[in-house]
Every structure is written in structure tokens, then in C-alpha cells.
Design a protein around this ligand. Structure first.
Ligand SMILES: Cc1ncc(COP(=O)(O)O)c(C=O)c1O
Length: 385
């Protein structure tokens, strides 16, 4: 899981060993890496999952792209965000991670084809690409007061076997959103070079500022990814989706081939498809609590940073995480281990997400706010000391 900058047997193993050693002490852990919404004190209504027991799920009606009522519910959910999507261009998946795998199968041959992935970003991409025999080539997001797309690095990473570009907005962990112009720059390149654009919008429901427009029309074959895991705080339910967009001929050809891939697995369970309209609707109650949690914790973080000028909180456009730039007197690894050993607080080092330089720490904005404030105070103490 750790980045290529860290020898496999060094950073990760030392941190894993430190976490294990901490667990063995039995001391309380303030876990500022927690990203599982179901265990951070969010209230899940007791009847939330009853739609999964609907009698309608007793009959199996295999549909490669999913039951139409579930896909219509996804269309309605896009409409809630002001985005127009046609139901025949919506494909259900078991998760966003699975959506990536389906798309890699669709777009890439396992013989040297590659996709471009942002850095810093979500470490799972390394595994997802490798498991499908696809090479992953990083392009850079650079921090200049905001995280900007480095277009030169996109061009430098591009090869004759590049079949797709992944964009994550809001990005995990930088919390940055691509501007309309940046998305357009990626889309234009993909259109000109016969590649597809994959836009991961799983955190789209968690903006902390203005949301840049990403139009319903696109020059390139485009796949937008979303799912209940983040939009309704329901990672255990296993429902994701892909909305396909772009020039009609490319969309039609892609859907034809994608149908075969989906039909081969038929991985989305009938109960979750039957329940999808109700789950999407009821999920709003969970989402609103998570939105509130994120805002409260981000405010706590910024307030504590004001009192500790040696720590800088990088601005967050949206998502569930925030980045702190801390003094680089010590390595990220030493800082993280020291926080754990001396203050029972766990954060992620920047190198976990391929930050280009040190010293950055990444905190989840999901933990319960009292605990979050305590953990952040420990980070500030250590970083300022
Ligand atoms: C940016 C991003 N995309 C996708 C996923 C995976 O989502 P899912 O649970 O739908 O597979 C994650 C999980 O944290 C994520 O951070």
C-alpha cells in the first residue's frame, strides 16, 4: 500500500509494527485514519436496511447493467446533483473498486496497456491496476496554494499504450477538486488520443466549498463513477455505478462491450438492486450526518492550526480527508511513529499517498468530533514541539 518512494520493507513494515505494538499495549487509540463511516458514531436508522428484505428479490432476473428501477434511481440521484444522465447509460456495479476493474477489462489489454493515475492519490489504484494486468503511470497534482493539474506531467506520462486517464474529484486524500478547465484539458487529450476518461466522483456529495461544473456533455468517452459506499455511508451494502458519456458512437461501442463483461459476472445482488431506490432515498439521512461531521471537524482542524502556525492545513474543496503540512525536522515516518508511541494517535504519512515531498500528514475528517479534536491537538503539540 505504501508508495514507490518507500522501500517495501521499510516504511510500511515499521508503521505496521508500531500499530501492532500499540494494539498489544491495550491503550486507547485515537484513530485519525478511520474512514469506515459505520463505526464513527454516525446514527444509522434501524429500518435503513429493511428494503433489502423486499419479496421482489426472491425472483432472479439477471440484467447485465442492472434492474431498470435501480438504474432509474441512480439517474434521479444524479438529477439531485443537477446532472442529467440517460438511464440506458447507467451501469450498476458491486462497488466503485469493481467498476474500475470492469473498465480496465473493457479498455485495456493485459499486455502493456496503461492508464494514467493522479499523484497524490488513493493507494488502492496500484492494486486495482495490477490485478487487471494494467500498468499505472502517475501524473502530478501540484500544490500551489491549491492542488493544480500539472498538464505537462500528463503529457510526459502518456504512452502509445495509454487507454485511459483516471481523475478523482474530490480527490482522496488532497480534498481537491479539478476545475472545469482542468477536466476539459483531460477530456480534450483523451478525445484526441483515443483514450477514455474515468472520473471518480465518490466524494461528490461532500463539498466544503464551491463545486466546479462538470458538464453532461464530454468530448471523450467518459465514465463517471459513484456509489452508496460514500454517498450514503453504506460501504457494506455493495452498490456502485458507472454513468457513460461522450460521443454517441463511442458510447454505443463501449456499452456493447461492457455488456459482455457485466453479463459474465452479474455481480450485483438482486436484493440490493430491488432496494436501491429506497436505499438511495433513505441514505440522505446518513449523508447529512456525515456532511455535518466533515464540516465540524474541518473547522476544528483549521481553528487549531490558527493557534499553531508551524502547521498548515491545506485547503479542502471536499471529501473525507485533510492534509497538514508539518515541519520537516523529522521524517513523516518518525513523526507518525512518535505520535503513536507518545500520544496514542494514528495519522497517515503523506508518502502513503505518494506526496512528492515531505512532510505531510493526512487525517480523516470522519472520526467523532471530540476524539478528532483531541487527536489533532496531539498532532499540533508534536509538530510544534
Ligand atoms: C477515491 C475513492 N474511490 C473509490 C473508493 C472505493 O469505493 P467503493 O467502496 O465503492 O469500492 C474509495 C475508497 O475509499 C476512494 O477513496
Amino acid at each position: 500500500m505504501f508508495s514507490s518512494r518507500v522501500p517495501a520493507d521499510l516504511g510500511l513494515n515499521r508503521l505496521s509494527a508500531a500499530v501492532q505494538a500499540h494494539c498489544a499495549t491495550g491503550r486507547r487509540l485515537i484513530d485519525l485514519t478511520a474512514t469506515n463511516p459505520t463505526i464513527v458514531g454516525i446514527h444509522y436508522p434501524t429500518d435503513l436496511l429493511t428494503p433489502l428484505a423486499d419479496r421482489g428479490a426472491v425472483t432472479y432476473r439477471p440484467e447485465p447493467f442492472g434492474l431498470i428501477a435501480a438504474r432509474e434511481a441512480v439517474v434521479a440521484d444524479y438529477a439531485r446533483r443537477g446532472i442529467s444522465v440517460a438511464v440506458d447509460r447507467v451501469v450498476l456495479t458491486a462497488s466503485t473498486s469493481e467498476a474500475y476493474s470492469l473498465l480496465f477489462k473493457l479498455l485495456c489489454a493485459p499486455s502493456g496497456d496503461d492508464v494514467l493515475t493522479p499523484a497524490p492519490s488513493y493507494p488502492l489504484f496500484d492494486h486495482l491496476t495490477k490485478l487487471d494486468g494494467v500498468a499505472s503511470r502517475p501524473y502530478a497534482l501540484e500544490y500551489h496554494g491549491r492542488w493544480e493539474l500539472d498538464e505537462l506531467s500528463v503529457d510526459a506520462a502518456w504512452t502509445r499504450q495509454t487507454r485511459g486517464v483516471l481523475a478523482v474529484t474530490p480527490n482522496n486524500p488532497t480534498g481537491s477538486m479539478l476545475s472545469s478547465a482542468e477536466l476539459d484539458a483531460l477530456s480534450s487529450r483523451c478525445a484526441a488520443r483515443a483514450a477514455a476518461l474515468i472520473v471518480d466522483e465518490v466524494f461528490a456529495d461532500y463539498p466544503l466549498g464551491d463545486v466546479p461544473a462538470f458538464g453532461s456533455s464530454s468530448k471523450a468517452l467518459t465514465f463517471r463513477l459513484g456509489g452508496l459506499s460514500k454517498s450514503a455511508g453504506l460501504p457494506q451494502v455493495k452498490l456502485g455505478w458507472i454513468a457513460v458519456n461522450g460521443p454517441d458512437d463511442l458510447v454505443r461501442a463501449a456499452l456493447d462491450r461492457l455488456e459482455l463483461v457485466c453479463d459474465t459476472y452479474l455481480s450485483v445482488g438482486t436484493p440490493v438492486q430491488v432496494a436501491a431506490p429506497a436505499l438511495i432515498e433513505r441514505g440522505a439521512r446518513v449523508r447529512e450526518q456525515i456532511q455535518q461531521r466533515i464540516r465540524t471537524n474541518y473547522d476544528i482542524l483549521c481553528a487549531q492550526a490558527v493557534a499553531n502556525p508551524s502547521v498548515q492545513v491545506l485547503p479542502v474543496d471536499g471529501g473525507w480527508s485533510a492534509v497538514l503540512r508539518v515541519p520537516s525536522r523529522h521524517s513523516e515516518e518518525d513523526t507518525v511513529v512518535s505520535l503513536l508511541e507518545t500520544r496514542d494517535t494514528l495519522v497517515h504519512p503523506g508518502f502513503f499517498f505518494d506526496f512528492p515531498s515531505e512532510a505531510f500528514l493526512v487525517v480523516s475528517l470522519l472520526p467523532e468530533s471530540v476524539e478528532f479534536a483531541e487527536g489533532v491537538a496531539h498532532v499540533m503539540e508534536l509538530a510544534s514541539g
